[in-house]
Design a protein. Structure first.
Length: 256
């Protein structure tokens, strides 16, 4: 892995030399941004498991997954899905039936669920549930969510671990707030029950745009640091490009 990263770094330097030789500064910065973005994606693709686990009927079995080597895993697959219901963990455990249970693919936005035979609209509210089975009961785990539109609440084993905006059954009652985040919990019983409420009344993209990442806490935190580094890099590139064009414009005005 270290050798591979060194190899990619060397290739990056070579690309930088060639680009600087044959293009102007602005073009060079733009191309290097694309190259840098590709390099950031390398560690995840290198560590990706060729046999990606898949949730089946609301359960994903990760007891055979080596998080120390393979880092994070995407919680793709069939999640329990309760359309037009906002259910808390205690509702799931009550003797009364929580409602009509279906299995929806994740990631998927609500407007795409009809092809799966699920009657859902782009705007509304719903509850998702997934049981995650792991072998290490002492580790601290984490999940990373990016695109839950446009308000959500997340529980792990009955404990509220995240909340963005205010989930509600009407547009007037809810507070829309899109916040990507990383949230952490333990799994002392070897199985963690994840419950997510989502409500959306402002966009046609209700539901999950992207997968939910799961892994050891340090791996999830590392993903956050990588994203922050890349965001700072982009801000720096945009600032340099802005200064370049301002200088270019000022220079040509003086020439006139």
């Amino acid at each position: 892995m270290v050798k591979y990263i060194k190899y990619m770094t060397d290739r990056f330097n070579e690309v930088n030399t060639v680009i600087s030789r044959y293009t102007n500064f602005a073009e060079s910065a733009a191309i290097l941004t694309v190259v840098f973005f590709f390099l950031l994606s390398v560690p995840e693709s290198v560590n990706a498991n060729t046999t990606q686990p898949y949730a089946v009927k609301g359960v994903i079995d990760l007891t055979g997954y080596d998080f120390s080597k393979l880092k994070s895993v995407k919680l793709d697959g069939e999640w329990e899905f309760y359309w037009k219901q906002l259910l808390a963990p205690e509702d799931m455990e009550s003797e009364a039936a929580p409602g009509v249970k279906q299995y929806a693919p994740v990631p998927a936005i609500w407007s795409d669920l009809k092809i799966k035979g699920i009657n859902a609209d782009p705007r509304g509210y719903a509850t998702y549930r997934l049981k995650i089975r792991v072998s290490d009961r002492t580790a601290m785990y984490g999940i990373r969510v990016f695109s839950l539109m446009s308000a959500y609440k997340i529980w792990a084993d009955g404990k509220l671990i995240a909340e963005a905006g205010k989930v509600a059954m009407t547009d007037e009652a809810m507070q829309h707030r899109w916040i990507p985040g990383e949230y952490y919990f333990q799994s002392p019983y070897g199985e963690t029950d994840i419950v997510i409420q989502i409500s959306n009344f402002r966009t046609d993209l209700g539901g999950f745009w992207t997968p939910v990442d799961f892994g050891y806490a340090e791996s999830i935190a590392s993903m956050r640091r990588m994203k922050i580094s890349f965001d700072n890099f982009l801000i720096g590139i945009l600032f340099i490009l802005a200064m370049y064009h301002i200088g270019f414009y000022t220079f040509h005005r003086k020439e006139r």
